[in-house]
Design a protein around this ligand. Structure first.
Ligand code: NAG
Ligand code: NAG
Ligand code: NAG
Length: 183
């Protein structure tokens, strides 16, 4: 069968066009970022605050985060579990008590890196976070070097309602081990 020359030319040109535009789906770099999230509840200068809760739900409050409560945070992230270790950036977002037993939260976190080669870039983790089991949060995107990123974070509780020696405030320290695929 003879394909008319014009159609063949159009076909070849459109294929070339497609090939010359870098596909946003190609994520050929893999980056692993390990950090510690400091969720501080203090009398003054908390980095995590309760902003709302339903009166009826909290009358039966159970677990760690009462059903219906909404927290907003601007937490420092560090290289090691101690708050005096090197600051890598900050994690801003919110979490909501979404389980009636008080052991699952829904989290939305934007993690901005403020040092090193990824300075100024951020990535976003979002999903339910079951506080008592394997905690894996999906990476749903990012900015800068992490534009269109995909990945996941594995979470491990270092301590809940713990004191730290520098800022004698109650807080939670959570380890985040995040693997990202990006351009
Ligand atoms: C709590 O429950 C009562 C009785 O069912 C209802 O009238 C009230 O609106 C509820 N309050 C909230 C904040 O949902
Ligand atoms: C990170 O980027 C900001 C804004 O460009 C700049 O002011 C700051 O010095 C950088 N920090 C490091 C550690 O490179
Ligand atoms: C973090 O995750 C990477 C990739 O899965 C793994 O190789 C590394 O051992 C983990 N680090 C910690 C401290 O769990």
């Amino acid at each position: 069968m003879r394909i008319p020359f014009l159609i063949l030319t159009i076909l070849v040109l459109s294929l070339q066009c497609k090939a010359s535009v870098a596909s946003p789906l190609v994520r050929d770099k893999e980056t692993n970022i390990l950090f510690y999230f400091h969720n501080i509840h203090a009398d003054k200068d908390s980095s995590s605050v309760l902003v709302a809760q339903n009166a009826n739900a909290t009358a039966h409050a159970r677990g760690i985060v009462a059903f219906s409560s909404v927290y907003v945070f601007d937490n420092v992230i560090t290289e090691g579990p101690s708050i005096t270790s090197k600051v890598l950036g900050n994690a801003q977002g919110m979490y909501v008590g979404t389980a009636k037993d008080g052991y699952t939260i829904l989290m939305a976190i934007d993690v901005e890196i403020t040092t090193g080669p990824f300075n100024g870039s951020s990535f976003v983790l979002f999903s339910r976070n079951p506080l008592r089991s394997t905690r894996e949060l999906p990476v749903i995107g990012g900015r800068g070097a992490f534009r269109m990123a995909e990945g996941y974070g594995m979470l491990r509780t270092v301590c809940v309602h713990c004191l730290n020696s520098v800022n004698p405030a109650s807080g939670d320290v959570i380890e985040y081990n995040v693997t990202l695929w990006h351009h």
